[in-house]
Design a protein around this ligand. Structure first.
Ligand code: COA
Length: 141
C-alpha cells in the first residue's frame, strides 16, 4: 500500500470502480445474489471509492435517506484502516450536508467496526440475504 486517494461522485462517475469491489466482496465472497446487490438506490446515491495508487480498494454509498451502505474493502486490503477511512469521509460529508443522523444495516460480524465509529445498535437482529444484520444509528452534531 502506497499512495491513497479518495473520490466521491455519482453512480455514473464511479460505478465501474465501485462495481469492481462490490462484485468481489458481496457477490463472490459473501454469495449475495446478483439481483439483491444492484438496486435502484445506486443511481441516486453518493458513492465513495478509495484508490491504492490506481487500484480501487474500498467503497461505500450514502443514500438520500441518510443510510450508509455497501461498505466494502477488498480482502487484500482489510485491517489497514481503509474501512475506517471511507466511513470517516462519509460521516464528514454527511455533516457538511447538514444531515442530522446516519443509519445503516450492519452485518452482525461488522458491528464492532461500526461501534468503533460511534454507531449504536438498535432493535433485534434479522436476516437479509441469509446474513444476520442489525440496525445501527449515529447522531451527527
Ligand atoms: N470486528 C471487530 N473489529 C473490527 C472488524 C471486525 N470484523 N473489522 C474492523 N474492525 C476494527 C479494526 O480493528 C479497527 O479498530 P481500531 O480503529 O481500534 O484500530 C477499526 O475497526 C477499523 O478497521 P479497518 O482496518 O478500517 O477495517 P477494514 O478496512 O478491514 O474494513 C469492513 C472493515 C467490515 C468494511 C471489511 O472487513 C469488509 O469489507 N468486510 C466485508 C464486507 C462487509 O461485511 N461489509 C459490511 C457490510 S454491513
Amino acid at each position: 500500500m502506497t499512495q491513497l486517494t479518495i473520490r466521491s461522485g455519482s453512480w455514473d462517475e464511479l460505478q465501474q470502480d465501485a462495481k469492481f469491489i462490490r462484485e468481489q466482496v458481496f457477490i463472490q465472497e459473501q454469495n449475495i445474489p446478483v439481483v439483491d446487490e444492484w438496486d435502484d438506490q445506486d443511481d441516486i446515491s453518493q458513492h465513495f471509492v478509495i484508490y491504492d495508487q490506481a487500484q480501487p480498494v474500498a467503497t461505500g454509498r450514502l443514500l438520500q435517506n441518510n443510510s450508509v451502505g455497501r461498505v466494502a474493502v477488498l480482502k487484500s486490503h482489510r485491517g489497514l484502516g481503509m474501512g475506517k477511512m471511507i466511513m470517516l469521509h462519509m460521516i464528514e460529508q454527511a455533516k457538511k450536508q447538514k444531515r442530522e443522523f446516519l443509519k445503516l444495516s450492519s452485518q452482525v460480524h461488522a458491528m464492532p467496526f461500526y461501534a468503533g465509529l460511534g454507531f449504536i445498535a438498535e432493535g433485534d437482529e434479522y436476516l437479509d440475504c441469509g446474513i444476520a444484520h442489525i440496525d445501527m444509528y449515529l447522531k451527527l452534531d
